[in-house]
Design a protein around this ligand. Structure first.
Ligand code: HEM
Length: 197
């Protein structure tokens, strides 16, 4: 029996992708707001605690997303996408997964090294390293650098997806959306390729 190639991401992966975007918007908005609030105030501490809680949530979501990706699979490259663009997009996706893993781990460890509990919906979170001020400063610096890189990665990734949709009028965004890609997505054109995820 012939099988139709998958044209969009599985619904569970689409849901987790947009949930991650919502969480990341929260994580970044809260840390920017934290920097604007007066030092020592309750509001600043609350905003920081929510930044940390959402950060741990991002990590939990990526821990669920990666095995699901392995289990459910992802659609093959669009027939209309040149190989170099597909390879660049794939490298970008793994860099984004790296961000989603590294940033929360570094933030978490910096709190451990500071001797501060990690807030996560009232749960007692495990402590992996003891208080160490010098180490805390180093981890915090790397956490902030990774966060800044994240702005660029997410900006470039979102910009590329939107450019595919609005300028190139292809099905890239529809693969991660609710509407179905057009049948043209399945028809290879000369000079392009189709490969596995
Ligand atoms: C407006 C914001 C965003 C838009 C428009 C967008 C759009 C997309 C689209 C269309 C794809 C599928 C690309 C393809 O099929 O080749 C995709 C994949 C992906 N996106 Fe986003 N995205 C956004 C934000 C984010 C954020 C904030 C993250 C994480 C920090 C993220 C992480 C990923 C990852 C890791 C993949 C690869 C999925 C996989 O193959 O497992 N995206 N995105």
């Amino acid at each position: 029996m012939p099988t139709t190639p998958r044209t969009r991401y599985p619904t569970a992966l689409i849901t987790l992708h947009w949930l991650t975007l919502a969480l990341m918007l929260g994580v970044y908005a809260l840390i920017e707001l934290h920097d604007l609030l007066p030092k020592g105030g309750d509001a600043r501490a609350l905003v920081k605690a929510w930044h940390e809680t959402l950060g741990v949530t991002v990590f939990a979501v990526v821990l669920l997303r990666l095995p699901l990706r392995l289990l459910l699979g992802v659609p093959p490259a669009l027939a209309t996408t040149p190989r170099w663009q597909h390879q660049l997009a794939r490298a970008m996706h793994w860099a984004l997964y790296g961000l989603l893993i590294a940033a929360p781990i570094l933030g978490y460890l910096s709190l451990n090294a500071q001797g501060t509990p990690v807030p996560f919906f009232g749960l007692q979170m495990p402590v992996f390293i003891g208080p160490d001020r010098a180490l805390m400063r180093q981890i915090k610096e790397i956490h902030e650098a990774v966060g800044t890189m994240g702005y660029w990665l997410i900006g470039l990734h979102a910009g590329a997806a939107l450019a595919h949709h609005y300028l190139m009028h292809d099905d890239t965004l529809r693969r991660m959306g609710l509407s179905r890609p057009t049948p043209a997505a399945l028809t290879p054109t000369p000079g392009t390729h189709r490969d596995t995820p």
